[in-house]
Write a new protein. Structure first.
Length: 381
């Protein structure tokens, strides 16, 4: 038995992240949070002093293309399992493998690998991050705003393709990215808004078009301000439409490179608990400088930044725990950061957020004032 004593424990109260001074007890062998004992005099437990530290659930990265040398779009099931285990060791307890624009047969191959990885993880008792579905980034994107997505395999929103993928991989896809201005996007939204999180992405849509997308069931924006028209005083675009659409979540790549710190502060102030911090990591995350792959595209990583051969940013190499630290150094409050890296991603999927209630899994991060990881417990160990 282990007791985390004296820390500031993150809890959700009245919809907001708050902190309570209390002890957290858990059994590492059972991977289970325990109720506080009424009498501790006869209990043999390892006491970890967490005074001055934050105690939180594990982080949730809902937009990640890979890491530690593994590219989701080209990985085996075993590779995705290894990625899951590596992510858990750095404080990430849940993630959504995210695809790229690629041929339909490769999309299927990737979904099969993720599906097989989920099965393999069910029998994995050691530290690992849970896979909470696939984030389908592409192929329903704008060629004008494709970025490093493969333009040769872009296509208009296809109801038939999603029905086919759902038939073969039921329940696996949770988020689908769509450029709202594409022909067929409105019908696509009306068909699938109740089944998936539809997210505006890689788009040249103006404000009015984006408003229609959100009115038809779009629920999210993928990597806000990247691969879209800017928010201007007379052309507010997707950011303005998201702001005006109550309940719309906004993903933000919070590495301080894709979006500058002053703009990050603005986004957090404007969107509040609708902000989801993501890494958008590719295979080079956790690795040294060099040449890597992102969904079939060659990417060069140097000094913590990833670029394709045209010099375009190609994802990130900043893992989510580092994102949290960079947000703290940018002046974002601790409660807002923890909401964005832990709780908001669950709310976007409309699934229960993690708690420290008795019987819950022991996925726990201990953080210092700068939100640097001090210790991680994954699956209790």
């Amino acid at each position: 038995m282990i007791c985390l004593a004296g820390g500031s424990v993150a809890v959700i109260r009245d919809g907001s992240v708050c902190f309570e001074k209390k002890d957290i007890w858990f059994d590492p062998e059972l991977n289970m949070i325990l109720p506080p004992p009424s009498d501790t005099s006869d209990i043999k437990a390892e006491i970890i002093d967490c005074t001055g530290k934050y105690i939180t659930p594990g982080f949730f990265d809902s937009h990640i293309h890979g890491g530690f040398g593994y590219d989701i779009s080209n990985a085996s099931a075993e590779g995705i399992v290894e990625l899951s285990c590596r992510l858990a060791k750095c404080g990430i307890s849940a993630f959504m493998p995210t695809t790229m624009t690629m041929p339909k047969d490769r999309i299927r191959k990737t979904l099969q690998a993720v599906s097989d990885a989920i099965v393999l993880l069910e029998s994995t008792t050691g530290p690992h991050a849970e896979i909470l579905g696939v984030h389908l980034e592409g192929p329903f994107l704008s060629a004008e705003k494709a970025g490093v997505q493969d333009k040769d395999h872009l296509m208009l929103p296809s109801i038939d393709l999603i029905h086919s993928l759902e038939n073969d991989f039921p329940g696996l896809i949770r988020i689908i990215d769509v450029a709202p201005e594409l022909e067929g996007a409105e019908e696509f939204c009306r068909n699938f808004a109740d089944n998936y999180v539809l997210s505006a992405a890689h788009s040249a849509a103006d404000y009015d078009t984006a408003m229609i997308f959100f009115a038809n069931g779009g629920k999210s924006v993928t990597h806000m301000l990247n691969a879209m028209e800017p928010c201007l005083k007379r052309a507010p675009g997707i950011p303005g439409a998201a702001y005006d659409s109550e309940g719309t979540f906004v993903e933000v790549i919070c590495d301080g490179i894709h979006v500058e710190p002053p703009v990050l502060r603005m986004i957090f102030d404007l969107f509040g608990d609708r902000v989801i911090a993501v890494s958008d990591c590719m295979s080079a995350a956790g690795m040294s400088d060099g040449t890597y792959e992102l969904g079939g595209t060659e990417v060069t990583v140097k000094d913590g930044q990833a670029f394709n051969c045209d010099g375009k940013l190609a994802g990130s190499v900043t893992l989510l725990p580092e994102v949290a630290m960079r947000l703290r150094s940018a002046g974002i409050s601790v409660d807002k950061i923890l909401d964005a890296v832990i709780y908001a991603p669950y709310r976007r999927l409309d699934i229960e957020t993690p708690t420290f209630g008795a019987g819950q899994p022991a996925d726990i991060n201990i953080l210092d004032d700068d939100l640097k990881l001090v210790k991680v417990f994954s699956r209790g160990s």
